[in-house]
Design a protein around this ligand. Structure first.
Ligand code: G3P
Length: 221
């Protein structure tokens, strides 16, 4: 499975990649603007902080067919085109653009997915990844359940598209999708930090260290 960081915060990406086997980074136009930097600078920094094995997944901004195609070609040149995936929204223009962008040899992640039916059509159009917005879908129904069902639907038809679950408000949503076997997921730095930290672990280590020091007068083996 693949686990991505959903962020353009270079320091947060550097911090998490230093101790977790992260598979890459996803951004969207809003995430990019939050960096406070020009897009070219963000892409250059991502290329510097990530290894070539880690994917850079960046979104087009234009919403018209020609604009999507032109921007997809530009984004595909980030880091010399190595391990780059272009995010295209599942609008009518986007669904039309997906096969054309794929025909250019560019990997595609279909984004802005609010229903399993939109995801189904993006998969049929040839998208490599499908990004359902899990937490936002929860505003309309059982977002987590619908994405679990989507994973099953794709498997049932032997469709190659991978669900890359996105938009999470808490660890429980992430946990439930991982338990259901989602093949890819993208999560914000804050939620990733919550996933790996537990007060019980810190308390247990403090006790081990204190017991050891009391017995042997040092804090190492
Ligand atoms: O990158 C797309 C998705 O992760 C958006 O998340 O938190 O804005 O719903 P959010």
């Amino acid at each position: 499975m693949e686990f991505f960081i959903d962020s353009a915060d270079i320091e947060a990406i550097r911090e998490l990649c230093a101790f977790l086997p992260i598979d890459g980074v996803t951004t969207n136009p809003t995430i990019m603007t939050k960096s406070g930097k020009e897009p070219e600078q963000v892409f250059a920094e991502l290329a510097e902080v990530l290894s070539e094995d880690q994917k850079i997944i960046a979104q087009v901004v234009s919403l018209d067919y020609e604009g999507i195609l032109a921007e997809a070609q530009r984004l595909a040149q980030i880091r010399g085109g190595r391990n780059v995936v272009v995010k295209i929204p599942v609008t009518r223009e986007g669904l039309r653009a997906i096969p054309a962008v794929k025909a250019m040899g560019i990997s595609v992640l279909a984004t802005g997915i609010y229903s399993p039916d939109q995801a189904f059509w993006a998969a049929k159009a040839g998208a490599d990844y499908l990004a359902p917005y899990v937490n936002r879908m929860c505003a309309y129904g059982d977002g987590v359940g619908q994405v679990v069902e989507l994973v099953r639907t794709l498997a049932q038809y032997g469709m190659g598209a991978k669900v890359c679950a996105a938009s999470f408000k808490n660890v429980d949503q992430v946990h439930r999708l991982l338990a259901a076997g989602v093949p890819a997921i993208t999560v914000s730095p804050d939620v990733i930090r919550e996933m790996v930290g537990h007060p019980g672990t810190s308390a247990a280590m403090d006790t081990f260290t204190a017991d050891w020091e009391r017995a042997y007068g040092r804090t190492s083996l």
